[in-house]
Design a protein around this ligand. Structure first.
Ligand code: MSP
Length: 658
């Protein structure tokens, strides 16, 4: 693994630009950064890729909702990801954007190769599409015949001409791959999930769309300009276009990737579609696909609408970037979900970093200063502490595999065992007693053992906490480099004689959470708003958006939404659906509008007929379970359920709300 100049390619997913970065994104990127830094430290030639995924209907819609062009919007959010990674000192070698011209050329080239191979054909796609997940589903995959099995949102029925990729042709070869390379999917426990999915049969995959155009066009020679590529074909190809596939292929020698780091929700795309595309292109398959679990808040998935999203920058600013990195990589076993709490973060900082690592360093600084004027000589270590040294060296030389299996928590746990060996050595040998007994050499041997353990720990911890470990190394009189890695870890050498430098404590104790929780923040914001309303009377146009901190829209944007009062003239159940009702609503137009509403859990037809509702009247019609829906009802929902928003007094159907 650690031969000199061996090439190694590590990737993160490319992040959708419909959302700003949160700790889930930071997690994948920090794992990848740690692997990349480790690989560089041991002397490999690393290419580390991250970037943004910018095409597709979801992005087109998100841009429209903000009154921007998709490109303008993508530029803005992509820059936020890039800036955050720069602030986080993420050591990527390339930040790819799927709107980069070279990437788009590469995707077109791949389409041509697959087409020429006979793996792409044209047909008509009939099925259900979830815009939010940018995924197609068959009838049997839907929940309640309508809802997306991944995110629970309503799917739309799509019937359009499409090009298909012969995914079914690769079923057998995929199964052979999973069998012959048991570690191709990490953690290994996820492999069975994928195997079962494939064994259930793969359908050919629709890989182009005609209903929107924010995407990569087909190669010119296809002469079919109304199609754009399916966003996942476009996105997955980034892993090879970043190396120049289809344009300037000089970096293709980094391929195949050592590992694609991803979240468990996008495993299917990476473990099934991606290897099938690669087989079709005649390219090698990646060594590993590593799927991590989800970060949750109080056991719930984070989402903007729930207001429980944790902002990685806020946490890193408050607790220290490297402490945050340590926490994320230590707290949860790879592949499992982890609940984010500031309490857990504080405990890790105070206990693992402060008590175990920081205190040990302070003890060594203190004792070496008091007894030896900060001079340390490692000469007596092998004589007086051979067994402790051997035990620690065994751990140092054996932990690398944990890292490449992405078991970062195990790696750190093992590393911490050596700190315990060091602490125990001090407590048993008691250098202060040895000094009184004039056994200076023995006292020096113990202090030197611990200093050397700390030096080796700082090297192996370096990829996780790059700056902090250089500070520790600096205190021990050396700098962490590939050469020092080779000496201290590979060759198991000791630091010999050196002078300790005094440094201030690295991990001051934290008592209370440093960042307000979202719920608390909301409370404070409400309180501030109340106070402001009381103390100032200001025309709305004078209110600055920075002051309220909200995501404000202009009055013109608000008036783009037509809200109207409607009278329900007819309501009936939708056969076979647990959620939907079919309503005819009079909006003062020639004909009542048909609205398919997901409110059956809370209202029956009898509660609705003859009553008034509030309707979003200029929503693009959508098909739900094959029926056209020409509007949306306004409703409020909380833990107790859903209730419709209705006018306080009857109003003429079609009356404007606003
Ligand atoms: N654009 C696709 C990936 C294409 S890769 C060829 C995508 N983007 S994403 O922005 O929605 O998600 C990116 C990554 O963030 C995924 O790996 C996803 O699992 C991860 N996370 C998003 N929310 C998360 C948590 N709450 N916790 C941990 N990771 C999660 O999917």
């Amino acid at each position: 693994m650690s031969e000199k100049c061996k090439k190694i390619y590590i990737t993160t997913p490319i992040y959708y630009v419909n959302d700003v970065p949160h700790i889930g994104h930071a997690y994948t990127t920090i794992i990848a950064d740690t692997l990349a830094r480790y690989s560089r430290m041991v002397g490999m030639d690393v290419f580390f890729l991250t970037g943004t995924d910018e095409h597709g209907q979801k992005i087109e819609q998100a841009a429209k909702a903000r009154g921007k062009s998709p490109q303008e919007y993508a530029d803005e959010i992509s820059a936020r990801f890039k800036n955050l990674w720069d602030e986080f000192d993420i050591s990527y070698d390339k930040f790819i954007r799927t709107t980069d011209p070279d990437h788009m050329k590469g995707v077109q080239k791949a389409f041509e190769v697959m087409y020429d191979k006979g793996d792409i054909y044209k047909d008509v796609y009939r099925g259900h599409y979830c815009v939010s997940c940018e995924t197609f589903f068959t009838d049997t995959q839907l929940v309640d015949e309508e809802f997306c099995p991944e995110c629970g949102r309503s799917t739309t029925i799509v019937e359009e001409e499409s090009y298909f990729f012969r995914l079914s042709k690769y079923e057998e070869r995929l199964l052979e791959w999973y069998e012959s390379k048991p570690e191709c999917i990490l953690p290994k426990s996820r492999r069975n999930e994928v195997i079962n999915f494939v064994k259930n049969g793969l359908e050919d995959l629709s890989i182009t769309r005609t209903s929107f155009d924010w995407g990569v066009k087909l190669p010119e020679k296809m002469n079919d300009p109304k199609h754009v590529m399916y966003v996942w074909l476009d996105a997955l190809m980034n892993y090879v276009t970043a190396l120049g596939y289809g344009t300037d292929e000089k970096r293709m020698d980094y391929w195949p990737a050592k590992i694609h780091l991803i979240g468990k929700d996008i495993l299917r795309f990476h473990a099934i579609y991606w290897p099938a595309f690669l087989m079709s292109l005649g390219l090698e398959l990646p060594h590993h696909i590593g799927a991590h679990g989800w970060w949750t808040r109080n056991g719930e998935k984070m989402s903007k609408s729930k207001g429980n999203v944790v902002d990685p920058k806020e946490i890193a600013d408050a607790y220290g970037l490297e402490n945050f990195r340590y926490f994320m990589l230590r707290e949860v076993p790879f592949g499992q979900d982890g609940d984010f709490s500031q309490r857990a973060l504080i405990d890790r900082i105070n206990s693992d970093l402060g008590n175990d690592l920081g205190n040990l360093l302070n003890r060594i600084i203190g004792m070496s200063g008091k007894y030896f004027d900060f001079r340390i000589d490692s000469e007596g270590v092998k004589t007086h502490h051979a067994s402790e040294l051997e035990e620690a060296e065994k751990i140092f030389s054996g932990i690398e595999p944990y890292l490449y299996e992405v078991q970062t928590n195990r790696y750190l746990e093992e590393l911490w065992k050596t700190l315990r060996i060091a602490n125990k050595a001090i407590d048993t040998a008691m250098p202060w007693v040895k000094m009184k007994e004039a056994k200076e050499k023995e006292a020096m041997a113990t202090i030197a053992l611990v200093a050397n353990i700390l030096a080796k720990v700082s090297v192996l911890l370096h990829p996780f906490m790059p700056k902090t470990t250089q500070t520790i190394a600096g205190a021990l009189g050396f700098a962490i480099t590939t050469e020092q890695y080779r000496r201290l870890i590979k060759e198991k050498s000791l630091l010999e004689s050196f002078t300790i430098k005094k440094i201030p404590p690295l991990f001051p104790r934290i008592e209370e959470p440093l960042v307000e929780t979202p719920a608390k923040k909301e409370e404070t914001a409400k309180e501030e708003k109340k106070q402001k309303r009381g103390s100032e009377k200001r025309a709305p146009s004078e209110t600055k958006s920075e002051e309220s901190g909200a995501n404000l829209i202009t009055i013109d944007q608000f008036f783009q939404v037509q809200l109207k009062v409607g009278t329900v003239v007819k309501a009936e159940e939708v056969p076979k659906s647990k959620k939907l009702l079919r309503l005819q609503v009079d909006l003062g137009e020639e004909q009542p509008r048909q609205i398919i509403a997901g409110i059956k859990e809370w209202y029956g037809p009898q509660d609705l007929e003859g009553t008034q509702v509030c309707v979003v009247a200029n929503l693009k019609p959508a098909k739900l379970m094959g029926m056209l829906s020409e509007g949306m009802l306004l409703a409020a929902k909380d833990e107790e359920g859903l209730c419709l928003i209705r006018p306080e007094k009857p109003r003429r159907p079609g009356s404007a709300i606003g």
